[in-house]
Write a protein that binds this ligand. Structure first.
Ligand SMILES: Nc1nc2c(ncn2[C@@H]2O[C@H](COP(=O)(O)OP(=O)(O)OP(=O)(O)O)[C@@H](O)[C@H]2O)c(=O)[nH]1
Ligand SMILES: [Mg+2]
Length: 468
C-alpha cells in the first residue's frame, strides 16, 4: 500500500549515496521527492507541508549522527518524523476501563463496523477476555443476523433481545454482561451514507446510556481523505477515542493512516487487513513506518547508530545497579527500549556482563507479554514505581484493575522484578550465582560494542518476565 512512497524514498537514498556532506541542495531534492510521494499516497496536504518543513529544519540542523552517511541521515529524520505523525499512540483499547468495558463501534455505512466487531471479539478472546456482542443496527434487516453469524463463527456470544430500540438493546447487553460476568461489551451500530442528525442523535443516546470507554471510529482506508473528514465530524459530535482503519489489504494508498492522527487528533487503535476474523492487528506505528520506508537494512543501521547514543543511558543504568537504585521506572524504560528496538540482545548487550550469562538464557518474552507488563507498571503511581516496597494488597488490586490484568499477574511481575534486581545487583558487584563468590565476570560488552554490529549473545533476565 505504500509502494510509491517506499520507492521514492529509496531513490532519494540512492541519489545521496557517496555524498560526504548533506548540503541544502541535497535536502531540497530529497524533500521534493518525499513530498510527491506523500501526496501520491493521499496524505492530507496540510500534513505534508508541516511534515516537509520539519524534515527540512532537522536536516539542516547540525545535530546529526556522525556515524551515518547523508542519505542515512535523511532516512533517519524521515523515519522519526513519520513516527511523530502517529503521536505516542501504541494502539489498542484504552488502558483502563470500568468493568464491563464497553466498546462502541461507529462509522459510515460499509466501513467495516460489523466485521470489526467480530474481529475485535476474537482479538479480545485471545487476550483472555470474555466479550459479549450486541447489534444496535435495527434499520438494516440483515444487520442483526450478520452479527450473530459472525458471533457463531468467532464463538462469541451475541446478545439478541426482542426489543428493536437501539438504546434498549445496548443497555440490555451491559446488564446481561454484568449478570453473566462478561468483561467486555462490543456494541455494533448502524451506518449511514452521510452523516446526518438522526444518526448522530442515536449514537449520542447509546453513548449516554452505556458510557463506553472506547469509541472506535471505523474508517475505510480506501476512501482516503473522505474517511478522515467524517472521522473528524464524528469526533466533534460524539467523541472518538481511537480509529480502526479497515481494508488496508486492498489498494488503499495508505495516506489516510498518515493523516488521521494529525487531522482528527485521535490515535489509530487497530488496522484491519482482510475479511477474515483474524485480520485485525494492533496498530504499531514503528511497523507501519518500516513498511512505508521498506528498507529494513538501512533502518537497522540507523538503530545501531542510535544505540551508540544510548550508551550514556547504559552507563547510567550501570551506576544505578551498583547503587541498588534500579526501580520499576528503570524497568519500564528498559521494556520500552526493547519494544522500540526489537532485538532483545542489543539491549542486553548494554547491561554489564549480561551478554555472557548462559545461566539466564531464556526465550524472549513476546510482545504481548511486554505490553501487559508495561500496562501494569504504567498503572502504578510515580511513588510506587520509585519504591516497590509500598505496593501492598489494596494497591495491587487497584493496579490490576487499572491495567486490565489480574492481581496474580501483578504479584508475579513484582516477584520477578525483585528477583531480577537481586540478580542484576550481584552481577553489578561482580559476583554471580554459580560462578563462586567474588569471582569477577569478564568486562562487560559495552554499548559501543553493541553498536559496532557484533553478533550479540542470546538470553538474559528478560526471560524472567515471561508470563508463565
Ligand atoms: N478486504 C477487506 N474487507 C473488509 C475489511 N473489513 C471489512 N471488510 C468488508 O467490507 C464489507 C462491509 O463490512 P461490514 O462490516 O458489513 O461494514 P459495516 O460498517 O458494518 O456496514 P453497515 O452495517 O452497512 O454500515 C464486507 O464485505 C466486509 O467483508 C478489511 O479489513 N479488508
Ligand atoms: Mg454493520
Amino acid at each position: 500500500m505504500f509502494e510509491s512512497l517506499s520507492t521514492r524514498v529509496q531513490d532519494v537514498f540512492k541519489s545521496l549515496r557517496g555524498e560526504v556532506r548533506l548540503t541544502p541542495e541535497h535536502v531540497e531534492t530529497a524533500l521534493r521527492e518525499i513530498r510527491l510521494a506523500l501526496l501520491e499516497a493521499d496524505v492530507n496536504f496540510k500534513v505534508v507541508k508541516a511534515f516537509i518543513d520539519r524534515v527540512r529544519d532537522r536536516s539542516l540542523d547540525q545535530e546529526v549522527l556522525k556515524s551515518l552517511s547523508p542519505g542515512q541521515q535523511v532516512i533517519k529524520i524521515v523515519r522519526d518524523e513519520l513516527l511523530a505523525l502517529f503521536g505516542d499512540a501504541e494502539g489498542g483499547l484504552q488502558k483502563s476501563a470500568p468493568t464491563p468495558r464497553v466498546v462502541l463501534l461507529l462509522g459510515l455505512q460499509g466501513s467495516g463496523k460489523t466485521t470489526t466487531a467480530g474481529k475485535l471479539g476474537k482479538w479480545l478472546t485471545r487476550q483472555g477476555k470474555h466479550p459479549l456482542m450486541v447489534s444496535t443496527d435495527v434499520r438494516r434487516p440483515a444487520a442483526i443476523e450478520q452479527l450473530s453469524v459472525l458471533g457463531t463463527q468467532a464463538e462469541i456470544p451475541v446478545f439478541a433481545p426482542e426489543t428493536m430500540d437501539p438504546v434498549a438493546r445496548a443497555r440490555g447487553a451491559v446488564a446481561e454482561a454484568k449478570a453473566k460476568g462478561f468483561d467486555t461489551v462490543i456494541v455494533d451500530s448502524a451506518g449511514r451514507l452521510h452523516i446526518d442528525d438522526e444518526l448522530m442523535g442515536e449514537l449520542q443516546a447509546i453513548k449516554d446510556a452505556v458510557q463506553p470507554s472506547d469509541l472506535l471510529y471505523v474508517a475505510d482506508a480506501m476512501t482516503g481523505q473522505d474517511a478522515i473528514k467524517s472521522a473528524g465530524e464524528f469526533n466533534r459530535r460524539i467523541g472518538v477515542t481511537g480509529v480502526v482503519l479497515t481494508k488496508l489489504d486492498g489498494d488503499a494508498r495508505g495516506g489516510a493512516a498518515l493523516s488521521v492522527v494529525s487531522v482528527v487528533g485521535v490515535p489509530i487503535a487497530f488496522i484491519g487487513s482482510g475479511e477474515r476474523l483474524e485480520d485485525l492487528e494492533l496498530f504499531h506505528p514503528d511497523r507501519i513506518v518500516s513498511r512505508m520506508l521498506g528498507m529494513g537494512d538501512v533502518l537497522s543501521l540507523i538503530e545501531k547508530a542510535e544505540q551508540a547514543i544510548d550508551k550514556d543511558e547504559a552507563e547510567e543504568l550501570e551506576e544505578k545497579l551498583r547503587k541498588n537504585e534500579f526501580t520499576l521506572d528503570d524497568f519500564r524504560t528498559q521494556l520500552r527500549t526493547i519494544k522500540r528496538m526489537g532485538p532483545l540482545e542489543s539491549v542486553l548487550g548494554m547491561i554489564p556482563g549480561l551478554g555472557n550469562l548462559k545461566e539466564l538464557a531464556q526465550n524472549k518474552p513476546d510482545e504481548k507479554q511486554l505490553g501487559r507488563v508495561e500496562a501494569i507498571i504504567s498503572s502504578m503511581t510515580a511513588a510506587e514505581r520509585r519504591n516497590d516496597k509500598i505496593i501492598n494488597g489494596s494497591r495491587r488490586k487497584r493496579i490490576a484493575s487499572g491495567s486490565g490484568t489480574t492481581v496474580e499477574e501483578v504479584n508475579r511481575l513484582l516477584k520477578q522484578f525483585t528477583e531480577m534486581r537481586r540478580m542484576l545487583q550481584m552481577i553489578g558487584q561482580g559476583g554471580m550465582p554459580g560462578l563462586g563468590k567474588g569471582m569477577k565476570l569478564p568486562q562487560m560488552q559495552r554499548a559501543s560494542g553493541a553498536a559496532s554490529g557484533k553478533k550479540r549473545k542470546k538470553g538474559g533476565p528478560w526471560g524472567l518476565i515471561k508470563a508463565r
